[in-house]
Design a binder for this molecule. Structure first.
Ligand SMILES: NC(=O)c1ccc[n+]([C@@H]2O[C@H](COP(=O)([O-])OP(=O)(O)OC[C@H]3O[C@@H](n4cnc5c(N)ncnc54)[C@H](O)[C@@H]3O)[C@@H](O)[C@H]2O)c1
Length: 271
């Protein structure tokens, strides 16, 4: 449905690993809506080469490597992107998550705290690092829009989501706090989207994922939101139709977050 919602806008998309990634679908949706984009991911992820296919589909757009825990990488990315665009940036998608402890099979009561530091840095502090770099370089245009992706485990307990729940709470807090400062400075808006469970590389890494994606499906009046739906929601937040929305955590979950119980779950319990 190309209707040029992002015509003339220039943005950076973080985190497209493969064609399942929410960032991958968002890059395609933004391009389809008339945006110019730069793609980025960690150098190790770029070595897989998948992202080059996406770059081709987005009009041979540049791919610039950046580890989001490295300030020099972020500075280089923003500087090169502005050179490429010939000016400032209108939107950025932070679609990045990594739990070092989940990867190692360490549960919440047995975390390795060195690994936890790394998890928090990659999954949450990276949003602060990115925004601070943009703030200092004055890289974002007035009314620019920044979106980070999060999960409802920031508000409610999902035991196997483990340390990522803490990382997402921090991510949402950073979006809110930086949203204040960047709003005052340059009318930049910053929000997080709290997405339904989605089958991607990061999502499927969580223990018991099949169980809880099915549970969420049954607990959501509209069913789970897909990665494509999430991409379309990101487009609206990058567009000029949502200019006064900032510092929010926006649930994009088919109604899951406000549902106490559904008939489908009751029937399951009665079996
Ligand atoms: N899949 C789900 O169920 C779900 C639900 C809610 C929120 N989210 C969030 O959506 C976002 C995108 O995840 P996804 O599900 O598309 O999975 P994904 O695995 O496709 O994307 C995660 C991305 O993070 C990148 N990344 C990891 N470490 C990095 C680093 N140091 N520097 C730069 N990039 C790095 C990876 O290379 C990858 O591209 C994450 O924030 C995730 O927590 C996912």
């Amino acid at each position: 449905m190309p209707n040029n919602l992002l015509k003339g806008k220039k943005g950076i998309i973080f985190g497209a690993l493969n064609d399942q990634s929410i960032a991958w679908k968002t890059a395609l949706a933004c391009y389809e809506q008339g945006a110019e984009i730069v793609l980025t991911n960690a150098p190790i992820a770029l070595r897989m080469g998948e992202i080059n296919k996406l770059a081709e589909q987005c009009g041979n757009t540049p791919v610039i490597g950046a580890d989001v825990t490295n300030m020099d990488d972020l500075k280089n990315l923003l500087t090169k992107s502005m050179e490429h665009f010939g000016g400032g940036i209108d939107f950025m998608l932070h679609s990045i998550g990594m739990s070092m402890n989940i990867r190692k099979g360490n549960g919440y009561t047995g975390l390795n705290h060195e690994l936890e530091h790394k998890t928090l840095d990659i999954s949450a502090m990276s949003l602060h690092r990115l925004l601070q770099t943009a703030y200092q370089l004055d890289a974002l245009n007035e009314w620019a829009s920044v979106v980070g992706l999060t999960y409802i485990a920031a508000q409610r307990v999902f035991p196997d989501y483990s340390e990522m729940a803490d990382a997402k709470s921090l991510l949402e807090s950073i979006a809110r706090s930086f949203g204040y400062h960047y709003g005052i400075k340059k009318k930049v808006r910053i929000n997080t989207i709290s997405q339904s469970p989605t089958r991607t590389t990061a999502g499927s890494g969580v223990k018991g994922f099949d169980g809880f994606i099915n549970y969420a499906e049954k607990m959501s009046p509209l069913g789970n939101a897909s990665a494509e739906d999430c991409a379309n929601y990101c487009v609206t937040l990058f567009s000029d139709f949502t200019r006064m929305v900032t510092m929010q955590n926006l649930f994009h979950d088919g109604g899951f977050s406000f549902t106490g119980v559904t008939q489908a779950v009751i029937e399951q319990m009665e079996k």
